[in-house]
Design a protein around this ligand. Sequence first.
Ligand code: KIV
Ligand code: NA
Length: 278
Amino acid sequence: RKKVTIQSLQNKRENKSPITMLTAYDYPTGLACSSNPNIDITLVGDSLAQVCLGHSSTTQLTLAEMIHHARAVSRGTSHPLLVADMPFGTYHVSHSDATSNAIRLIQEGRVDAVKLEGGTEIVDIVRHLTTIGIPVMAHVGLLPQRHISMSGYKVQGRSAEAAQRVVHDALALQAAGAFSIVVEAVPKELGAFVTERLKIPTIGIGAGPGTSGQVLVWDDAMGTWPGHKAKFVRRFADLQTPRDSGISRYAEAVCDGSFPSDSESYTMDAEEWDKFLS
Ligand code: KIV
Ligand code: NA
C-alpha cells in the first residue's frame, strides 16, 4: 500500500470511510501495524509510559523515552502515517521549547506528525507548529496527561456545558490547523456531533461509532494488558493465554531436559572431536 497522507485521511473523512489507528511502541509492533494494509495510522502513544515502560501514568514519560521508542517504531513502519504523542510538559513551557521538542520527535523519533492534548489553551502553539509545517493531531475529551488535576480518568462532556466546551475546543483546534482530532471518552452523541461539525477527521476512543475513525491501545486490543479494562476497550485477541502457555512449556522442557533436542544442537566432525580430546 502507498504511504498514507493527510490528504488520503481527509478523503476518507469525506467519503465516510472509517479510519483505523492502532498504537505501537517498538519495532515488532510497528512492523505488525504495517503488515496490514487496512491500518491507516500508527500512534506511538504516551500510553507507552504504562503499557510498555511500567510507569504509573503518562506524566512520567520523558521526551528522551518517547524519542527512543518512536525511532524503533519508525524502523518497522511502512505505509501507515506515523504519529507520536508529545509527552507531558514538552509543549507548555514556551513556543520555542515546544517547537524544538516537536522537531526532535520528527528528526530523531522519525515520526510524520505529533499529537498534543488540550483545548483552546493550546491553540496558539498548535497554530505555530502547523504554520511552520509540523502536522498536528489534536486530542480532546479525556486528557490522560491531566489525570491528577482532573481527579482521575473520567468520561468528559456529559453535561450540556461540558459538551459545548468540547465542540468549541475542537473547532478552535481545527482552525489552528490540526489535521485530525482524537476524541477520548465522551458520550457517543457528542462523538458523532463533533464529527459532523468538523471538516477534519475525528479519531474516537470511547467516543462511540460516530467518529471518522477509531483507535485502541495495542495491549488493550491484543489482550496483553493485565491492568484495568476501560468500558470502551474490546479485546480483539487474547495473546496473554498463548504467551503464558509458551512460557510454561519452555520452562518445563528446559527443566525436564527435553530442550534442546539433537536436531536443535550443533555437532562436531568426529575426527575433529577425537583430535580435540587427544
Ligand atoms: O497514548 C495513547 O495511546 C493515546 C491514544 C489511546 C489515543 O493517546
Ligand atoms: Na496519549
